[in-house]
Design a protein around this ligand. Structure first.
Ligand SMILES: Nc1ncnc2c1ncn2[C@@H]1O[C@H](COP(=O)(O)OP(=O)(O)OP(=O)(O)O)[C@@H](O)[C@H]1O
Ligand SMILES: [Mg+2]
Length: 409
């Protein structure tokens, strides 16, 4: 049995899966509890509230299980979760021989170490390191280490994901306060990508974009592995907030956003109007579909521009991502979300939901559950074939952190 826990800005979700006789993961239970304001842009700001919410989500998942959930794989988000691409090159064999030598495991290890040697910003820890590819002399993008080949020089490319240590510890504390252990941590962007992308898409180049309430988690995959990761501290809460400026309650704003407004101008109906109650019960007034939708579009475009900027900064042009963007998270449900995301970023956009499970998919078949359900296959595969992220490395980090904080406290 494996349990994944996603502590999102609007809700905590616990997804439990078991292995069936064929060795496939089958979702057996899902628990969810809504978060009030204990998480802001992916960061814990109220430990008590978050740990209570976590407990409720886990207890709900436990209701249909004959056992209790003692440990969970945890997603981690927030702007502090970032990645660096590193490349390390070394000469093969001993230098005075000159010419090409046979590449040894030790040469590969030296190249990997050099690629890992990114200097960590203060207060950060390494969440994960992903081996991307190798080069031997003029042969680039080799999937496997060039062991046994003759070469003069080899290099390794490694993508390192880091996070703020304090934010990580706060997140772990929420789970421990709820009486459970953290078995490992996986970046939310990577988990969502794993849940909604196909192997083919990850191979040719694709961006997974999970737009939630407080964060937009971006992960780019190319050649089958993680090539870039970033978290933009903006999400659907901003759109709801903008609509509230019409002097309506948060509930009304949320409802208008979900049920009525359009996020693309071609779906705006200039003749449509709606009566809404003024904040504080001060009567009603009429809003037009055009006005409301324009508010939504403006903010949504801003968030998608931030995604496009991030991709451009990291050096990804639309032609580098032939599989385009797969959009998921609660905000992918907005009317016209796909079209506007495509217009702004210049990428072909598809909507993604978790569907990598054979049975009981209806339990998690919504874009809000992408992160939680992607945790499970990653936890199971470890740092394996997909080369994206895994339990072994993150598990060790949690151990190390615990030792570290155990000493400090
Ligand atoms: N039908 C809908 N139309 C528009 N927006 C929606 C719809 N359903 C949900 N949302 C929005 O999606 C957001 C919640 O998405 P999600 O559950 O993925 O976020 P989260 O995981 O809690 O937050 P985050 O990942 O940002 O920390 C909210 O802003 C909500 O208003
Ligand atoms: Mg989320």
């Amino acid at each position: 049995m494996l349990a994944g826990l996603d502590i999102g800005t609007s809700k905590a979700t616990c997804v439990v899966a078991e292995l069936d006789d064929d060795g496939e993961l089958v979702i057996s239970s899902v628990g969810e509890a809504s978060m009030r304001d204990g998480v802001r842009n992916g960061l814990v700001v109220n430990l008590q509230q978050v740990s209570e919410t976590v407990e409720r989500a886990i207890e709900q998942a436990e209701l249909v299980l004959p056992w209790s959930i003692d440990s969970v794989y945890l997603s981690i988000s927030g702007e502090h979760v970032r990645g660096f691409a590193g490349r390390g090159s070394v000469s093969v064999g001993s230098r005075n021989e000159g010419g090409a030598s046979v590449v040894s495991a030790e040469d590969v290890q030296r190249a990997e170490e050099a690629a890992r040697a990114v200097s960590l910003p203060p207060g950060c820890i390494v969440l994960d390191t992903v081996r991307r590819d190798y080069a031997a002399d003029s042969f680039e993008r080799l999937r496997q280490p060039p062991l046994g080949l003759k070469a003069e020089q080899i290099s390794a490319r490694i993508y390192t994901v880091i996070a703020d240590r304090v934010a990580v510890d706060n997140l772990i504390s929420c789970v421990e306060e709820a009486g459970r252990e953290v078995a490992g941590m996986i970046p939310a962007a990577v988990a969502s990508g794993r849940a909604v992308l196909t192997d083919d898409e990850m191979e040719v180049g694709v961006a997974s974009v999970d737009m939630g309430a407080g964060t937009t988690d971006l992960a780019v995959f190319r050649d089958g592995s993680l090539a870039h990761l970033a978290v933009i501290p903006m999400g659907g809460d901003l759109i709801t907030g903008d609509l509230q400026a019409l002097r309506i309650s948060r509930e009304n704003a949320e409802e208008i956003k979900r049920e009525w407004a359009a996020a693309v101008s071609s779906k705006v109906d200039p003749n449509k109007t709606m009566k809404v109650s003024r904040l504080g019960g001060r009567g009603t007034f009429t809003v037009t579909h055009s006005v409301v939708s324009q508010i939504v579009i403006d903010r949504y475009v801003e968030i998608m521009e931030a995604v496009a900027d991030e991709l451009a900064r990291a050096g990804f042009r639309p032609e580098d991502l032939p599989a385009g963007m797969v959009l998921t998270g609660g905000c992918s449900r907005m009317l016209g979300a796909r079209e506007t995301a495509g217009d702004v970023t210049g990428l072909g956009v598809e909507l993604g939901r978790p569907d990598s499970f054979r049975i009981a998919t209806d339990l998690v078949a919504s874009p809000e559950y992408s992160t939680a359900s992607g945790l499970l296959p990653l936890a199971m595969s470890g740092d394996g074939e997909t080369g994206i992220s895994g339990k072994r490395i993150v598990g060790e980090i949690v151990e190390k952190l615990r030792d570290l904080f155990g000493k400090v406290r």
